[in-house]
Design a protein around this ligand. Structure first.
Ligand SMILES: [Zn+2]
Length: 92
């Protein structure tokens, strides 16, 4: 039993060591980019997520297929979903 506790303590220490090591790599990467202060700011959100009304999947706006319908823009994950939506609207 004592052996197990020792092993567990060693395991925890190892975990902390790995965590610290990864942190060090990350902070080094920030310094490498050359921007001393910019690294502290969160990156700007360039990709807005839009929801596909057909299958409910979220995808980045730039990858989504847009469809204008009565002044509203819908976004779809694939052409298949867009076609499905078009058909659904036409039958209404
Ligand atoms: Zn879809």
């Amino acid at each position: 039993m004592v052996r197990f506790i020792l092993f567990f303590a060693l395991f925890l220490a190892l975990c902390y060591a790995i965590k610290g090591f990864l942190k060090g790599i990350r902070s080094r990467k920030v310094l490498k980019t050359g921007s001393k202060r910019a690294g502290e700011q969160p990156p700007p959100i360039t990709d807005e997520l839009v929801q596909d009304p057909v299958c409910g999947v979220y995808c980045p706006k730039r990858d989504a297929l847009p469809l204008n319908r009565q002044g509203k823009t819908y976004y779809f994950c694939s052409d298949k979903c867009r076609q499905e939506f078009k058909e659904k609207i036409n039958t209404l």
